[in-house]
Design a protein around this ligand. Structure first.
Ligand SMILES: [Zn+2]
Length: 172
């Protein structure tokens, strides 16, 4: 378990701390959950990195950990917290690539399915609309269907949002 930096109590890390934590996590040999102490998005660990164009952009840390440990994401899969179902956990041993179906079966089996959130049509907030556009624009980890499932709306709604046909007034 890496030693958490002193600013753990603060909601956002100082620049670079998250990356340090991420690197430390990759070298850790522990069976316990390693809970991401910094910012989250939809409950999942997130940090800002500088991309090739020199722009800061948010990335999902559990996805980066999974890529670092298990290789590039196989098509049609997502990160599953197979062991613990703790969204903020970034222990490489608890993360694996799984199909969405397998992931749902895991959650249903272990009773962690959030039925209320997943059921029916969720009304999006402006912050969520920005997040959807950011995620869509940040390297193609997710399909529109997957983003829809993530945010509790249909695939077509996601399509309209990323093409700015819906929520036009929300500017990132
Ligand atoms: Zn865990």
């Amino acid at each position: 378990m890496p030693t958490p930096p002193s600013s753990v109590a603060e909601p956002r890390a100082r620049w670079g701390e998250g990356l340090g934590f991420f690197r430390a996590v990759l070298t850790v040999d522990s069976d316990s959950c390693i809970v991401w102490p910094y910012g989250t998005s939809q409950g999942y660990p997130e940090m800002n990195i500088v991309d090739a164009d020199g722009r800061r952009r948010p990335v999902s840390v559990h996805v980066m950990v999974c890529e670092a440990v298990h290789g590039e994401r196989p098509p049609g899969t997502e990160v599953a917290h197979g062991e613990c179902h703790d969204r903020r956990c970034v222990n490489p041993k608890h993360l694996r690539w799984a199909t969405h179906n397998d992931n749902c079966l895991d959650r249903a089996r272990d009773g962690t399915e959030n039925v209320g959130e997943r059921n029916g049509r969720h009304k999006l907030t402006e912050a969520e609309v920005r997040e959807i556009r950011q995620l869509w624009g940040s390297g193609g980890y997710w399909t529109q269907r997957e983003l829809g499932e993530m945010f509790g709306v249909g695939r077509h709604a996601i399509g309209k949002i990323v093409k700015h046909r819906r929520w036009r007034h929300v500017v990132a």
